[in-house]
Write a protein that binds this ligand. Structure first.
Ligand code: IMP
Ligand code: MG
Length: 179
């Protein structure tokens, strides 16, 4: 992995594709065991989670469904504090075992806003699966049931995560270079 440039910023290698792949497999194994009998419904939060969600979903060994919603709170490298829903939930979650898939949990604002909406529709259970967690940034504490990596408060791109739309196609995860 090499230092890369996205727009005006430099990013340094942080988590390799191999390390991600091994975490994805272990998360999918745990999910396959925990939900062996229940035909769960995965809800992936677009845009950032599309690659992680696809890889976890493909690695499952159980019958499961997946659907997508679109929420966003970031502009550039900063959280705006406001969560906008642009594609809503079209699946029936009533009585289902639901697993939400996020790329990264930062302040917790996105899920803090979405979870009560989902709870209102009375799923049987509701768990969170996230690739990354910026623990130091917590404003709204969220319990993460299936977590890949805890990372420091430094902006990252790659494996679905973007800086103003770019960088999502990188296979590994890269961290903003310190100024
Ligand atoms: P939260 O609502 O503050 O928890 O933010 C979660 C959302 O912010 C994630 O789903 C990402 O889309 C975005 N985000 C937070 N940190 C980063 C980052 O370091 N790189 C890219 N996107 C990020
Ligand atoms: Mg996101």
């Amino acid at each position: 992995m090499q230092t890369i440039q996205v727009h005006d910023k430099k990013f340094i290698p942080y988590i390799t594709a191999e390390e991600i792949n091994s975490e994805v497999r272990s998360i999918a194994d745990r999910l396959s065991t925990d939900y062996a009998e229940s035909k769960p419904l995965f809800i992936a939060i677009l845009n950032g989670s599309f690659i992680f969600a696809a890889d976890v979903f493909r690695a499952l060994r159980i019958p499961a469904e997946i659907c997508f919603i679109k929420l966003a709170s970031y502009k550039g490298t900063k959280s705006t504090g406001e969560v906008i829903t642009s594609i809503g939930l079209d699946a029936d979650v009533f009585g289902r075992d639901v697993i939400i898939i996020e790329d990264i949990i930062d302040t917790g604002k996105t899920l803090n806003q979405f979870l009560p909406q989902l709870e209102h529709q009375q799923p049987k259970s509701m768990k969170i699966c996230a690739l990354l967690h910026k623990k130091e940034c917590t404003v709204f504490p969220i319990h993460i049931d299936y977590l890949g990596f805890t990372i420091p408060d430094r902006f990252v791109v790659g494996y679905g995560l973007d800086y103003d739309g770019y960088g999502r196609n990188l296979n590994g995860i890269y961290q903003l270079e310190e100024q």
